[in-house]
Design a protein around this ligand. Structure first.
Ligand code: SAH
Length: 243
């Protein structure tokens, strides 16, 4: 029996990947993942067998990984960012549990989009923060909007993942309107696209004008709390130290 590594590759290519993740890919016989992410890696692991799959084929992808591991292969299942944050770690463990197999699964963490984007912006998530995905593929919008409401009420810095897609372009507008009920219109908002990848862009806007910027599925949006400010082009959420 082989072993399954569930790997968070970080936000971009090789440079933001941990040495542990890199080593797991090196020892794996097979690397499985969504094609757009594997394309970022393939050139660095020449000769390695890659199996690329489509975006919404997560369950099939995990079943394939299990099948190959049961055949005796060491398999690396790759997610972008951290595999335990809207990634493949949970579904892989569920598929293995359901199969009744006792195959070894090792989850290897990665740098998630929020912390990679925060580093580009300065230090916007120095205090308590909430990570919320606006994707309603598996979560009803009522629950998503409730979480935005409570996070805004609780003065959390809010990191929005999956902020927009063709089918639900309006959610980001509603999310902003909810936060506006509790926060100043001038609250800084960081909008970072393609972190660590070619075409990386970053903008610091305000809650009021944030929607004037392009926000898509390759973007993460960081809304500051009531204390967040901008200085010398950096977005800073103070932790509370006295200087
Ligand atoms: N497991 C990933 C998240 C997957 S959900 C992680 O830990 O980062 C996909 C969403 O994550 C995207 O819609 C986007 O909001 C965010 N994201 C992932 N990679 C990103 C990157 N390189 N730049 C900006 N946002 C990114």
């Amino acid at each position: 029996m082989g072993k399954i590594f569930v790997i968070g590759m970080g936000p971009g290519g090789l440079k933001d990947m941990s040495p542990r993740a890199r080593k797991a890919i090196e020892v794996a016989d097979l690397v499985v993942g969504y094609s757009a992410y594997l394309d970022l890696l393939q050139e660095h692991f020449l000769g390695k067998q890659f199996i690329k799959s489509g975006m919404t084929r997560e369950v099939e992808r995990c079943k394939l990984v299990l099948e190959k591991a049961l055949e005796g292969h060491n398999v690396a299942l790759v997610s972008s960012g951290d595999s335990g944050i809207y990634g493949m770690a949970g579904i892989m463990l569920e598929v293995v549990n359901k199969s009744g197999s006792n195959i070894d699964v090792e989850v290897i963490p990665g740098i998630t989009a929020a912390s990679a984007a925060a580093a580009v912006l300065g230090a916007p998530i120095m205090h308590d923060f909430a990570v919320i995905s606006l994707s309603d593929l598996m979560t009803p919008w009522e629950l998503i909007s409730k979480r935005i409401e409570y996070a805004a009420q609780g003065d959390f810095v809010i990191c929005l993942y999956n902020p927009k897609s063709k089918n639900r372009s309006g959610y980001i507008n509603i999310a902003r309107d909810i936060v506006m009920k509790y926060r100043d219109a001038n609250t800084p908002v960081g909008i970072v696209k393609n972190v660590g990848r070619t075409g990386q862009t970053s903008v610091i806007a305000t809650l009021e004008n944030m929607l004037n910027n392009e926000i898509d599925m390759f973007t993460v949006v960081l809304i500051g709390n009531s204390q967040t400010y901008i200085e010398k082009g950096k977005m800073i959420t103070p932790r509370g130290y006295r200087l």
